[in-house]
Design a protein around this ligand. Structure first.
Ligand code: HC1
Ligand code: SF4
Length: 562
């Protein structure tokens, strides 16, 4: 513990790793482009510069706090310095802000307004580089890149992939995939984590808004929508609701006003996944084949495993993800049971950009039809709600539609790391007693660490479990499984750190407070759920006795040999 003086006020510090963190703790929101608390410090943007009592100017992100330091954060010299940086960045920036996807949420734009940059003296003579729209998940616009390196470090340090790199030197420097390939030609898994940290419009979500609006207004089409677990505790960020608040009811009300015909919950699909995945785990434990069982609900992880560890891909569960199970079920119901002659279109609202690629995989077609037709991220749906002139915050909450509008707390926690495992264990322990539920939650599967381990007794057997979040952590675990250094029976992997709550399609920024609130938000939904186990969901039970009978494999599993 020590103290420093910031703008004439005494501030204590303890574990803070740099001066910037102490300044922020003291309530001053010092601007940065390139600092993220969970990434390595790059110190390139120089926006967080401060001045000490001897007139020395330094980047506060790169300096450790020292006892007795005296610093100033907003002297005329610093103001001039920051404005100059912004002006130089804007000088080589494509400034079509009004039509930019990041308009309104761009850090460069926000800081230009905040720091009063009203005029740019320099011409942008740089030749325009074409957009890279080769991915189903993200769009790259190199003309908007400010070379902060956030995407480069995220892809390398969190995802262990290193798809994006710096290329060329000096004023020709760019961020791009190796050998200037298009992103769709690389092993990019579409997780969108580079988009989450990108402060400008250089990396944005591949939008699917226009076709969905057209379908909503097509009277020959019935548009059914499903809402993923992690959307409800994040969408409120865009409408001024408290962080982590469950806005499902308000979102349902908004979607009805926008014209969606039926509104369901992917948590119900998650209940189906729990039923099938727990069965598959028991079968593999009995046969001893293809252990560990890897979860299959995160498409970025599935692609990563297929690309990087093809010899282990046969361990991936044959279960479709909750989104895909539910999509296949909705389409089957439309084919079999409905008198409605309209064509059924299934739209998913997801926190995830990789889900946009998942729906296009060939195994996600049933009877010649694509199971899910469009994925809209939380960010896109927020935009649509605003386009429709609806203020989500003001709406009275409404209920989901039936017959698929009931789900368990186990389905809800899928959106946070460890949730899939906890849900599967609840099903296998098959007890809704508070003590048993608590015992599962205390096995070590909750928490934000990249790799968590647990050993659980199921019947006669000790089951070894790993819960992994972030692909870099996944890669480390996979190498040890491959070499025989580690053994597990069940491995849950979510590509994004902390799970889908920080998915590539979620509202940004996602700072430490937001992450914590979103995790707590999902657990709160579970705490309030009367049904805790997927197998106790009455609709799930009736489906297995009815429409799903004999079709479990066709609708709920993938028919691919890995
Ligand atoms: Fe997820 Fe899943 S939890 S993958 O993070 O298994 O996207 O929210 O919808 O499918 O249910 C995402 C979230 C989501 C699926 C479920
Ligand atoms: Fe890397 Fe994910 Fe971005 Fe692809 S989407 S470049 S894998 S961070």
């Amino acid at each position: 513990m020590g103290y420093m003086t910031i703008n004439n006020r005494r501030v204590t510090f303890d574990q803070e790793k740099n001066v910037l963190s102490v300044i922020r703790k003291s309530g001053i929101d010092l601007p940065t482009f390139c600092y993220h608390s969970e990434l390595s410090t790059y110190g390139a943007c120089r926006m967080c510069v401060v001045e000490d009592d001897r007139g020395k100017v330094f980047a506060s992100c790169s300096e450790k706090p020292r006892d007795g330091m005296v610093i100033y954060t907003n002297t005329p010299r610093l103001q001039h310095h920051r404005k100059m940086i912004l002006e130089l960045l804007l000088a080589s920036h494509n400034r079509d802000c009004t039509t930019c996807r990041k308009n309104g949420i761009c850090t460069l734009q926000k800081l230009s307004v905040q720091l009063g940059v009203n005029y740019v003296r320099f011409e942008n003579n740089k030749p325009q580089i074409p957009l890279d729209e080769s991915s189903d998940c993200i769009v790259r616009d190199p003309n908007k890149c400010i070379l902060c390196g956030d995407c480069v470090r995220t892809c390398e340090e969190h995802q262990g992939l290193g798809i994006l790199e710096f290329a060329y030197r000096g004023s020709n420097m760019q961020v791009m995939p190796a050998f200037n390939r298009k992103i769709g030609e690389t092993n990019c898994v579409g997780c969108g984590q580079c988009r989450v940290v990108c402060p400008t419009g250089a990396i944005t979500i591949m939008h699917n808004i226009s076709p969905v609006w057209k379908l909503i207004y097509d009277s020959n089409v019935r548009v059914v929508v499903q809402i993923a677990p992690a959307v409800r505790i994040a969408i409120g960020d865009k409408f001024g609701l408290p962080k982590g608040e469950n806005a499902l009811g308000k979102l349902v009300a908004a979607l009805r006003r926008m014209g969606f015909d039926e509104i369901y919950d992917t948590n119900f699909g998650a209940d189906l996944t729990v039923m099938e995945e727990s069965k598959e785990l028991m079968e593999r434990l009995e046969s001893g084949e293809n252990l560990p069982l890897f979860t299959s609900c995160c498409p970025a992880w599935v692609k990563y495993c297929e690309d990087q560890f093809p010899d282990l891909a046969k361990h991936i569960s044959s279960c479709r993800s909750p989104q895909q199970m539910f999509g296949a079920l909705l389409k089957e119901e439309a084919r079999e049971n409905r008198e409605d002659q309209r064509k059924t279109i299934v739209v998913s609202i997801m926190p995830c950009t990789a889900k946009k690629a998942e729906i296009k995989r060939p195994e996600h077609w049933t009877d010649g039809e694509q199971d899910v037709d469009y994925v809209l991220t939380t960010q896109e749906v927020s935009r649509m709600i605003k386009e429709a002139g609806i203020d989500l915050a003001q709406l009275e909450p409404e209920a989901l539609d039936m017959p698929f509008g009931i789900s368990s707390g186990a389905g809800a926690i899928f959106g946070v790391t460890g949730g899939v495992t906890e849900a599967v264990l609840r099903r296998l322990v098959n007890s809704n007693k508070v003590a048993d539920l608590e015992a599962i939650s205390f096995t070590g599967i909750r928490g934000v660490e990249g790799v968590k381990e647990a050993t659980v007794t199921l019947g006669e057997r000790e089951v070894k479990i790993a819960v992994v979040n972030g692909l870099k952590s996944a890669g480390e675990v996979m190498k040890k499984i491959q070499s025989g250094e580690l053994y597990y029976d069940f491995v849950e992997v979510m590509a994004c750190r902390r799970g889908c709550i920080t998915g590539g399609g979620q509202p940004v920024p996602i700072g430490p407070r937001t992450k914590k609130a979103r995790v707590e938000g999902l657990y709160r939904i579970d705490n309030l759920a009367q049904i805790k186990l997927s197998n106790e969901n009455p609709i799930i039970q009736s489906l297995y006795d009815g429409m799903l009978k004999g079709k479990e494999h066709k609708l709920l599993h993938n028919n691919i040999q890995r």
